[in-house]
Write a protein that binds this ligand. Structure first.
Ligand code: ADE
Length: 245
């Protein structure tokens, strides 16, 4: 998968060199290019923002540097088999979920446009939505200082679903949200720590009993912490037999 990121803070994306994503980059499973938006500004001060039309607090990102940066990325992709999807992280977007991560993991080229300040001039979204595919995506109902941290969260959630990125694909199946429920609690050795014992069933060697205990724990935890995720057949509110979150 090819991933382009446009930002005024390229340093944030150094984090992608670490751990499994760093390995995925080295192994060519993901190809991440980070572009400094200021390189696309025309003036000597490399200005990327201006005061809002109509007045008000804060600054808005100017359309021209965004146009130059995105045109450059799209024209480099032109003629390839990839049909890029541009994602603008925004608290005003569709909420990012595991289901969306799975959908996006099937794309061959994602472009993340990281806004700052009061946001990006609306004409940038309008221009690229007319020319191709654009999505505004929120990582939750809270406000960050910009799209960088949101993009990193999405890139990690998406990239780990690309075949080969996570060494043991079974670990992907058993985790929170994959079956629509929260994950069961995990334990390791020693069997007793500070008078706290590992639940005996996990040491029983009885695989059917272990599986059923884990399932009960998942259901109980989901009921307690996120009742809205619990499917109707388990006494919850969520409709649809295979509804994913
Ligand atoms: N930018 C600022 N806040 C955000 C959020 N919650 N999700 C995505 N992008 C953002």
């Amino acid at each position: 998968m090819k991933i382009d990121v446009v930002t005024i803070f390229p340093g944030y994306f150094d984090a992608l060199e670490l751990s499994l994503l760093g390995k995925a980059k080295t192994r060519g499973l993901i190809d991440v290019q980070v572009h400094d938006l200021r390189d696309s500004a025309r003036d000597k001060h490399r200005t990327v923002d201006d005061t809002p039309s109509g007045g008000g607090a804060g600054m808005v990102m100017k359309p021209e540097p965004w146009g130059a940066a995105l045109d450059g990325i799209l024209s480099a992709a032109d003629g390839s088999d990839h049909d890029p999807l541009i994602i603008f992280p925004s608290p005003a977007g569709d909420v990012f979920t595991q289901r969306m991560a799975r959908e996006l993991a099937t794309e061959s080229h994602l472009v993340f446009g990281c806004g700052r300040y009061e946001g990006i001039d609306q004409r940038v979204f309008d221009e690229y939505a007319e020319r191709g595919r654009v999505r505004l995506v929120s990582i939750g109902d809270y406000v960050l200082n910009g799209g960088e941290v949101a993009s990193i969260a999405m890139i990690e959630a998406i990239a780990r679903l690309i075949p080969g990125v996570v060494g043991n694909p079974e670990s992907l199946v058993e985790e929170s949200h994959e079956d629509g429920l929260l994950e069961y609690p995990s334990y390791t050795k020693p069997a007793e720590w500070r008078d706290r014992a590992v639940p005996p069933v996990l040491l029983s060697g009885n695989h059917a009993a272990i599986e059923s205990w884990r399932r009960e724990q998942s259901i109980e935890r989901t009921r307690r912490v996120r009742p809205e995720l619990l499917p109707a057949e388990l006494g919850g509110e969520r409709r649809g037999r295979h509804a994913a979150p």
